[in-house]
Design a protein around this ligand. Structure first.
Ligand code: PLP
Length: 392
């Protein structure tokens, strides 16, 4: 039987990498050795202390609940570690009801839309941007207004450029700094303006802080929760995925506005059963030891960032080194007339190197491409060699 799938699935954006996949298959069949530097998923393993804590907890004979639903027998140490982390790292004091553990930010962002949006509601998401904001809106039958992130504005949201009608109707606004895919960072003053915008327009500011710990050259990214009164109009999504090499573990947390936190908790109570207790113990361990664990991880990315940016700049680009994230974001060369798909396809054709076309992150990502630094140094070096050699 051919089942008719829901209308909301038909509303999801098309899979923009399909074309690239076809070109990749063709290149492989011609014998080209393809190198993919497109996906943001850390190659290095989770640090030992975190893995050891997982193993200890999952075996602990003194814990009869170690196999049970993580929501029914929660690990007190995890929310405690979250609050300690926010205090140590950002100087932000959070009450218990301002924090909820998540199974990673992607899941939580999609679930969160169901907690705060009604059918037909308007929600603002940046373009280019992480696709899950819009996907959550589609699942909640809400409507996305795309706010452009422009290079001329440092890829920051320009609040003044959001039309009055949109401000009046919108219920939420998504932000993400340090930003994927543009690598832009925002200072505390930007977050002050965001909180002010939220308060003035009665819009919940949802800050996706997935890369707050992936920072370089001594830069430290602020949290929107550092702004006075932020918890009246803002929430922040944190993830252990990128900071601690823990993408597969599925763990993070949401912090901020109490009613919004309660809303996500309710959706979660009714649709998932929480994270394995041993993972919660290990996540607490990671947060408790971030001062020791994070710097060696970032040292690796910083070196790779230098390798990639130096190579691109030696072949005609003129890029600043990003202060944060695990990406490099660059404009496509002029001869492609701004078509990121044409550039990516041609690069693959000529060099076997696969990058992500910016259009995949929304219409305002067009004209750029993204390289991920989550590949071994030798792989990135080989990819850059090929790009430098074939420049024309
Ligand atoms: C990777 C990423 C996430 C998702 O992280 P998980 O916690 O692994 O789901 C969320 N937002 C952005 C911008 C990301 O790049």
């Amino acid at each position: 039987m051919d089942i008719e799938l829901s209308g909301r699935l038909r509303k999801l954006p098309p899979y923009l990498f399909a074309d690239l996949r076809r070109v990749e298959a063709e290149a492989r069949s011609r014998g080209v050795k393809v190198i993919r530097i497109a996906i943001g998923d850390p190659d290095n393993p989770t640090p030992d202390p975190v893995v050891e804590e997982l193993c200890r907890a999952v075996r602990d004979p003194a814990d009869p609940n170690r196999h049970r639903y993580g929501c029914d027998v929660p690990v007190e140490q995890f929310p405690q570690a979250i609050r300690n982390f926010c205090k140590r790292r950002y100087g932000v004091t959070l009450r218990e009801d301002q924090v909820v553990a998540t199974s990673g930010s992607k899941d939580a962002i999609a679930q969160f839309a169901l907690a705060v949006l009604n059918p037909g509601d308007l929600a603002i998401a940046p373009s280019p941007g992480y696709p899950t904001y819009n996907i959550g809106h589609v699942f909640a039958s809400a409507v996305t207004y795309q706010v452009p992130l422009l290079r001329s504005n440092g890829f920051l949201v320009d609040f003044d450029a959001i039309p009055l009608e949109v401000r009046r109707l919108a219920k939420v606004l998504w932000l993400n700094y340090p930003n994927n895919p543009t690598t832009a960072v925002a200072d505390l003053d930007f977050f002050r303006r965001a909180v002010e915008f939220g308060r003035a327009n009665n819009i919940l500011i949802c800050h996706d802080n997935a890369y707050g710990e992936n920072t370089y050259d001594g830069y430290r990214a602020p949290s929107i929760l550092q702004v006075d009164g932020a918890d009246e109009v803002a929430v922040e999504f944190f993830s252990l995925s990128k900071a601690f090499n823990m993408t597969g573990w599925r763990v993070g947390f949401l912090a901020g506005n109490t009613s919004a936190v309660r809303g996500l908790r309710t959706v979660k109570d009714n649709s998932d059963n929480g994270t394995l207790r041993a993972i919660q113990f290990a996540a607490a361990k990671a947060l408790d030891s971030y001062e020791r664990i994070v710097p060696p991880i970032n040292a690796i990315y910083q070196k790779r960032r230098d390798l990639v940016v130096d190579a691109l700049n030696a072949s005609g680009w003129n890029l600043q080194k990003p202060k944060a994230t695990i990406y490099v974001w660059a404009p496509v060369p002029e001869k492609y007339h701004g078509s990121s798909a044409a550039f990516a396809a041609d690069l693959l054709e000529r060099t076997g190197v696969i990058v992500t076309p910016g259009l995949g992150y929304g219409q305002w990502g067009e004209g750029f491409f993204r390289i991920s630094l989550t590949y071994p140094d030798a792989v990135l070096a080989e990819a850059m060699n090929r790009i430098v050699k074939t420049k024309d």
